[in-house]
Design a protein around this ligand. Structure first.
Ligand code: ADP
Ligand code: MG
Length: 557
């Protein structure tokens, strides 16, 4: 007989458990989605190991997830023949929440004003704990596929302060999650109810999910498969409904919201692969943090290989979610190899093209959705012209701006629209960069433009000045900063008084200002460019713009 050891939950876990049980009660049914998703992950991991290290994991098995219901004992068991856990893994995975987002998640639960709290669970990787919303006791019987029959472990907890672990014998490797429902949660001990929830949340899981049922005809228990168990992406587009794509997206990303759009392609030829890519409708909360991981899921012949494969996406499309399933890459591929692999480079180029096309289609066919996209991800897409010169022209068609003639800061103006509405004789695209919308819009440099009904793009995001360095021209029209000397604009200035006279008259005044400002400035001149403002600070055509100078000085240079 093995003795059991008692452990205490890490303090954050305790708090999280308590909060979760209360705040997620109205969405308690998601526990089934979370547990099945974990079982499926565990099977993916083993499937991969048994192919890449067949000597260590000589396993050839029918992977599946089995569910049994015991009405008398109020008990539900979800079993998988996946990778299982060793003792230290149990402690790390089920006893602590080491993930960085936990604190944020707890805060969000506490704040109580989000109706989407249950949707955060998946994202924060605390899915297993959702079992305690409906269970008074949870057992985990598990054996790592690496270990022998007598090296299984039993984890047991009431979801209060502590849990116990003891060594057990477990015939099959893999994990059984056993829930003892609370008295109040009788609804989950019906087959039809569990089946309904599986169809709702887990239909696309690509291993069979079986429920044990009593078959009256045969007078015995039989297993009934309740999901399709097919990898969605290998099906033809025509066989997949929009709802199926959406459900799959939610499963893949743990995002609770629907994607804005997606693209699904089978590429044939030298290289054969399938790509399924989604544009989310919302920026993840941590996209700007270093910890934010991005990239696509990599499958090889339907076997899951790795998460977050960054090499498939240029940085400026890092918000894209989805997967690549290749027939040509070796199974033992490592991240290092991915880095310099020709095949990957090719796939990445195709993916980039497909994504830019998808965005262009969204722009052409559903501009409202495109505005949502731009609001969420436009700032990231603005990195594109610098990063990807090959597609620069294409990306430029996807950029949106606000302008002098717009009445608000919303960015809805495309370059195409700007150029088709240019003034007579105008052959440049004028823009101004600044720290804020207000200061851009009210810049005295724009007075002459406003007076002559010439529109100017207003740029006020941190990245803009940098991006503009990479935009030289659009459809043969050069970009021109509105605060630099320009022939076309100069011609619009009609001096009201004899110029030489005024210059002479003003000379003593100009000298005086020059003396006061000393070497802070280069020169003081008379201008006719201004309409309402008395004076203005300008830079010469070839010099760094004031906005760029500010950026440099902020960076300490
Ligand atoms: P997440 O799935 O986001 O990592 P969970 O709380 O759902 O977070 O699960 C925590 C961890 O527990 C998993 O990452 C995994 O390592 C482990 N785990 C949970 N269920 C299983 C299982 N059925 N088989 C093997 N490991 C599991
Ligand atoms: Mg999980």
């Amino acid at each position: 007989m093995n003795t059991s050891k008692t452990y205490s939950f890490q303090s954050e876990s305790k708090e999280l458990l308590k909060l979760m049980i209360h705040s997620l009660y109205s969405n308690k049914e998601i526990f089934i989605r979370e547990l099945i998703s974990n079982a499926s992950d565990a099977i993916d991991k083993l499937r991969f190991l048994s192919i890449s290290e067949p000597k260590k994991y000589p396993i050839n098995t029918n992977y599946c997830i089995n569910i049994t219901i015991d009405k008398k004992l109020n008990k539900l068991t979800i079993s998988d023949n996946g990778i299982g856990m060793e003792e230290h893994e149990i402690i790390n995975n089920l006893g602590t929440i080491a993930k960085s987002g936990t604190k944020k998640f707890i805060q969000s639960l506490k704040s109580n004003n989000s109706s989407h709290q249950h949707e955060l669970i998946g994202q924060f990787g605390v899915g297993f704990y959702s079992s305690f919303i409906v269970s008074k006791k949870v057992l985990v019987q598990t054996r790592s596929a690496k270990l022998k029959i007598n090296e299984g472990f039993l984890w047991e907890s009431y979801g209060k302060g502590d849990y116990t672990i003891q060594k057990i014998e477990k015939k099959e490797f893999g994990t059984d999650i056993i829930l003892y429902f609370k008295k109040t949660e009788q609804e989950f001990i019906h087959h039809w109810k569990i089946q309904e929830l599986i169809n709702k949340y887990s239909d696309h899981i690509n291993v069979p999910i079986n429920i044990k049922k009593f078959n009256k005809k045969q007078n015995e228990y039989t297993w009934e498969q309740v999901n399709k168990a097919q990898a969605l992406w290998v099906l033809n587009k025509s066989e997949i409904s929009n709802q199926e794509y959406i459900n799959f997206y939610k499963h893949l990303t743990k995002d609770s919201q629907e994607p804005l759009t997606w693209t699904h392609n089978k590429v044939e030829g030298n290289q054969e692969y399938i790509i399924l890519l989604f544009i989310p409708s919302k920026t993840p909360w941590n996209i700007w943090s270093r910890e934010h991981k991005h990239g696509l899921k990599l499958y090889i012949n339907k076997v899951f290989i790795m998460e977050d494969t960054e090499q498939f996406l240029p940085n400026y499309l890092r918000f894209v979610k989805g997967l690549v399933d290749s027939n040509d890459l070796p199974l033992n591929i490592s991240r290092e190899i991915l880095q310099n692999n020709q095949i990957i480079q090719k796939i990445r180029q195709t993916i980039t093209k497909k994504l830019l096309n998808t965005l262009q289609n969204l722009f052409n066919n559903d501009i409202k959705k495109y505005y949502v996209f731009w609001q969420q991800f436009g700032t990231i897409l603005k990195e594109g012209p610098a990063e990807d010169p090959q597609n620069r022209q294409f990306i430029m068609n996807l950029l949106l701006f606000t302008s002098l003639k717009h009445n608000n800061s919303e960015q809805t103006l495309s370059l195409k629209k700007y150029t088709t509405n240019m003034a007579k004789g105008q052959n440049k695209i004028y823009y101004i960069t600044s720290d804020s919308y207000e200061s851009a819009k009210n810049s005295p440099h724009l007075e002459i433009f406003l007076k002559n009904d010439i529109d100017v793009l207003l740029l006020f995001e941190k990245i803009d000045e940098w991006m503009m360095n990479y935009l030289n021209e659009y459809e043969d029209k050069k970009f021109c900063p509105a605060n630099k000397p320009d022939d076309f604009i100069n011609k619009l200035i009609i001096p009201q008084i004899n110029e030489q006279n005024l210059q002479n008259k003003m000379q003593p005044f100009l000298e005086k200002i020059k003396k006061i400002l000393g070497n802070k400035i280069k020169d003081v001149r008379v201008t006719y460019k201004l309409v309402h403002t008395p004076s203005i600070l300008v830079t010469e055509a070839k010099e760094m713009s004031t906005q760029m100078a500010k950026l440099f000085s902020a960076a300490g240079q």
